[in-house]
Design a protein around this ligand. Structure first.
Ligand SMILES: NC(=O)c1ccc[n+]([C@@H]2O[C@H](COP(=O)([O-])OP(=O)(O)OC[C@H]3O[C@@H](n4cnc5c(N)ncnc54)[C@H](OP(=O)(O)O)[C@@H]3O)[C@@H](O)[C@H]2O)c1
Length: 415
């Protein structure tokens, strides 16, 4: 029988996830893990735990040789990097849920793991409760992954679900998501797609061995979605989801984050509220689908707990695919989109498309559905940040390429 390591944990952060982990560890009565110190920031908050467990000085944990595992669950990515770096250099393993910190410092974190020999695990950083990173690392080690796509941000999925089903305004839905602990402290990270881009960076490294800096990922969020886009979804029995996609073609890898119309042919259609869903496509296994809660105290803490358990068996990521994938070129693919604009002339905008399926006009508002290069979309968005761009479903393209009308808009002025 493999002997498990006893873990003495220094915990950073006692917010939604940190407190969740504290409770989950107590409830699960983990045989090998015990929190010995908790570092937080605010001296005025009542934590509901023994006073001698709490410290406000990070060095009390980082310099404590009895702490062999640091669990980093704070909401400040730069400070988090400093803590993680110092912990690894001090010979401690680390578990973190901080996707922003990982995506922004991926190469440094790889070097630190290599030079210190310490493990860094971060399952909760990608899709909270869904065990996707370890599956990409281990299960898909030999099968060839061609595509990974998913709903990987719980709070935008919650906002979009409530807006579509109940007609809640964006602000109302966001406020509820924040009250429930689903949203990041800075909601712009969620709604503008930064959070999904950070996660896609990490997933791409583990899926294809190709790490992409978040700033190099084409990304647009849900902030420009209005009642017009929601109505277009309802008319077609579609839903709107913020999707992160990365897929291989013969020439390389295409990856982006974009709100998307999803029809009921997709496994992601039923992934509502705060749930996340990830679909993988491999050469031998074909399509596989994972779903689970993408945010919240206990679901996120459960992934952190699983990493803690894995560390007690000395598990570490081996990043086996990085050698094969690190030079795969990023490809500017042509994709089908719905685009709404208020301030660009029809002929100018139409010229940007490779192929147009439909054009609707209503006053100064223009809606175009067609095939367009990713780079062109993001060039437009730089100069017209209020444009709404949504990816269209495959079935829409199939039906339209046969020349059949797929929808009859009742009254465009209502869009
Ligand atoms: N919430 C989720 O569902 C979820 C899901 C997946 C991943 N995550 C990630 O998990 C991490 C924590 O998120 P959260 O939702 O738990 O955040 P949170 O509720 O805002 O809690 C943040 C905690 O960090 C502490 N903190 C901030 N700066 C600190 C510092 N310099 N030193 C020590 N403690 C510090 C805060 O201390 P005070 O209590 O003193 O203010 C607070 O306890 C983030 O990286 C987030 O992206 C969250």
């Amino acid at each position: 029988m493999i002997k498990r390591k006893q873990l003495h944990i220094g915990l950073f952060g006692f917010g939604c996830v940190g407190k969740g982990l504290y409770d989950v560890l107590n409830l699960s009565k983990h045989p090998c893990a015990e929190i010995v110190k908790i570092c937080v920031k605010d001296k005025t908050k009542d934590r509901g735990v023994a006073k001698d467990l709490i410290t406000f000085d990070k060095h009390e944990i980082l310099n404590d040789d009895s702490v062999n595992l640091v669990v980093e669950l704070i909401d400040d990515s730069e400070e988090a990097f400093d803590i993680v770096k110092k912990a690894l250099l001090a010979g401690k393993s680390v578990v973190t849920a901080n996707k922003k910190m990982i995506a922004e410092h991926f190469d440094d974190l790889l070097s630190l793991q290599a030079s210190t020999g310490q493990a860094l695990l971060y399952e909760a950083a990608a899709c909270a409760s869904i065990p996707i990173i370890r599956n990409l690392e281990e299960y898909y080690d030999t099968d060839i992954l061609n595509r990974i796509e998913g709903i990987i941000n719980g709070s935008t999925n919650y906002i979009l679900t409530r807006s579509l089903n109940e007609g809640l305004s964006y602000k109302e839905a966001l406020q509820i998501a924040q009250q429930l602990g689903y949203a990041e402290s800075n909601p712009g990270l969620d709604v503008e797609g930064h959070d999904a881009a950070n996660k896609l960076s990490i997933l791409s490294a583990h899926a294809f061995g190709r790490f992409i800096l978040p700033e190099d990922l084409p990304r647009t969020g849900i902030q420009n979605i209005t009642s017009a886009e929601l109505k277009f979804a309802r008319q077609n029995n579609w839903k709107i989801k913020l999707l992160a996609k990365a897929y291989k073609t013969s020439e390389g890898l295409t990856a982006f984050v974009m709100p998307s119309y999803v029809d009921d042919d997709s496994a992601l259609y039923k992934v509502d509220d705060v749930f996340n869903g990830v679909q993988t496509e491999t050469v031998f296994a074909d399509k596989q689908f994972f779903s689970g809660r993408g945010a919240g105290a206990f679901p996120t803490a459960s992934a952190v707990l699983s990493d803690i358990s894995a560390l007690s068996y000395d598990y570490r990521y081996e990043y086996k695919k990085l050698n094969q994938g690190k030079d795969i070129p990023l490809i500017d693919d042509v994709i089908p989109v719905y685009l709404r604009s208020e301030d660009v002339d029809e002929s100018v905008l139409s010229d940007s498309f490779e192929h147009i399926f439909e054009v609707f006009k209503s006053g100064n508002r223009l809606h175009i559905c067609g095939q367009i290069k990713l780079k062109t979309i993001f060039t437009w968005l730089k100069t017209h940040p209020n444009m709404a761009v949504l990816h269209l479903p495959e079935t829409y393209v199939e039906i339209n390429s046969k020349g059949l009308p797929i929808l009859e808009l009742e009254n465009l002025s209502e869009l």
